[in-house]
Design a protein. Structure first.
Length: 103
């Protein structure tokens, strides 16, 4: 019984550790609160012409943020996003994507 408990515990730790290396949800939430929420709303729910971000795939979110950061326009209001994505580091993008997809 004891080894079964330890077995589950180590699986949990492994899963938790691997998700942490691909993006820190808590750090993403903090970064989101700096300015992203002004346009994308509380918890990434979106509003008016600002797209909803909550629950989207990590890979999708990273791809969009890297595209905007590179200065590429992909929609009618991309200029607003390019300005906001330019200062983001790879780590911040990974954290933001982890946070938003977890919602
Ligand atoms: C000034 C308002 C504004 C701010 C601040 C802002 N965004 Fe955006 N965001 C937009 C608009 C407008 C779009 C749609 C742009 C377009 O037409 O291409 C967008 C698009 C996006 C998309 C693509 C969504 C999709 O499904 O295509 C992501 C991801 C995103 N924003 C994340 C963020 C993050 C993360 C932050 C904070 C670092 C942020 N945004 C800050 C206005 C903003």
């Amino acid at each position: 019984m004891k080894s079964l408990v330890f077995g589950f515990l180590s699986i949990f730790i492994t899963v938790y550790a691997s998700s942490a290396t691909s993006g820190d949800i808590a750090a993403g939430e903090t970064r989101y609160g700096v300015n992203c929420f002004i346009c994308h709303g509380q918890a990434g729910k979106g509003m008016a012409s600002y797209p909803k971000l909550a629950g989207k795939e990590v890979a999708y979110l990273i791809d969009k943020l890297e595209t905007y950061r590179a200065g590429t326009r992909i929609g009618p209001n991309s200029d607003l996003m390019i300005m906001n994505a330019e200062p983001l580091s790879d780590e911040e993008i990974a954290n933001l994507a982890a946070y938003l997809s977890s919602l």
